[in-house]
Ligand binder design. Structure first.
Ligand SMILES: [Fe+2]
Length: 385
């Protein structure tokens, strides 16, 4: 075996009903909390009140709620929340919600503890402008099952002025604790369940099949593939099915760790410019629109891995069957958009291609097949429909 490493400084607390433990977990980090969440869902589902109640029980009463996080969160949201965290001398941060809230919470930890603004810390291919050296403790409580952000070092942030979507990726960007309570995902609509679940699925697929080497991460990724194949369609059809919700929270966590070690690949590299230019497109919708065309392009570049993937999906052990496996799973959760149906203008394919090549070329080497700009253009065209 080749050498590999596995660093994961995140305490994982997993279990239905575990949100009630937040007070006891939080008190080791201080007395003044900032909860970062979205506008509605954590309130409507009751998750926010469950967290507040548990915090108050242990005497944490000084709590700020920043509830302005939106899907495809922006650098401005991070900067605004960071300013408040500094001014109010917040001890620790709780990210409560979908991937957007968790990503913002982690980024606020970095930005509020160091100099500069969110965009100084994002990874252009040349690297970030500033390197953080401090952070505030963060506890992540996901209310969707897909992002995996609760267990990894990534925050995906959009800059609407530059129309760029980039990632903060740093060892200080790990949360201290991932508190994963699958019951919090029960109120997700079937559609949200599908688009977030497909995100987890693509994390597992891309980390398993790319050319980065980490056998331990592969174990997690292929396990996640098997679980998602079996349980995502059930979670979509039967939202109250707690067994399905638990399995999806677990698989999403496994896949979130796998991408921390092996990163993603071309499907994510091509999705990010999409939702940067079209912020109304959800990450999972963009991934779903691109996944089949890119799997068709990729499987010849790493046939052994795609064979195992196809087999894990219940298909014949043949690399080309990976394409059927991806398409059939998307169909089974009724998520088969193309770029046209998502409202993408055909003329923007050139700019999207340029952005992938400018902002994500560093990931091309680990993609199963190293793409050229022409390949990327053609793949967007295929996905256009
Ligand atoms: Fe993703």
């Amino acid at each position: 075996m080749n050498p590999f490493d596995f660093y994961l400084p995140v305490e994982i607390i997993f279990g239905t009903g575990s949100v009630e433990k937040i007070g006891n977990i939080a008190k080791r980090f201080g007395f003044k909390a900032m909860i970062i969440t979205g506008k509605k869902s954590a309130k409507e589902s009751g998750a926010l009140y469950a967290v507040l109640e548990s915090l108050e029980k242990v005497g944490i009463k000084d709590i700020l709620v920043f509830d302005r996080v939106e899907p495809n969160p922006t650098d401005k949201q991070v900067n605004d929340a960071s300013q408040i965290a500094v001014k109010e001398k917040v001890d620790f941060i709780i990210g409560l919600g979908g991937g957007s809230s968790l990503d913002v919470a982690k980024a606020v930890s970095i930005v509020s503890s160091n100099e500069g603004y969110a965009w100084d810390y994002v990874n252009y291919p040349e690297g970030p402008r500033l390197i953080p050296f401090l952070n505030r403790p963060v506890i992540c409580i996901p209310t969707t099952a897909g992002t995996g952000s609760e267990v990894n070092r990534y925050s995906v942030i959009s800059n609407p002025i530059r129309k760029e979507k980039l990632v903060i990726s740093h060892s200080l960007n790990y949360p201290k604790v991932a508190l994963i309570d699958p019951a919090l995902t029960k109120t997700m609509s079937p559609y949200l369940t599908a688009i977030t679940g497909i995100d987890a699925f693509i994390h597992a697929l891309e980390s398993f099949t790319n050319r980065a080497y980490n056998p331990m991460a592969d174990e997690l990724a292929i396990r996640a593939v098997r679980i998602i194949k079996e349980w995502l369609p059930i979670a979509v059809k039967d939202p109250e099915n707690m067994k399905a919700r638990e399995r999806m929270s677990y698989a999403s966590m496994l896949a979130g760790i796998a991408i921390d070690k092996k990163r993603v690949a071309l499907i994510h590299a091509m999705e990010h410019p999409l939702s940067a230019h079209y912020p109304n497109i959800a990450h999972g919708e963009g991934l779903a629109a691109l996944a089949v065309a890119i799997t068709e392009f990729n499987y010849r570049g790493n046939p052994e891995k795609y064979e195992l993937f196809a087999e894990a999906m219940g298909y014949e052990r043949k690399a080309s069957k990976a394409v059927n496996a991806v398409l059939d799973l998307l169909k089974s959760v009724d998520l088969t958009p193309n770029l046209r149906s998502l409202g993408v203008k055909k003329e923007s394919i050139e700019k999207l291609t340029e952005d992938v090549c400018m902002l994500s070329w560093h990931s091309f080497k680990i993609n199963p097949v190293e793409p050229t700009p022409e390949d990327i253009y053609r793949l967007y065209e295929t996905a256009y429909g």
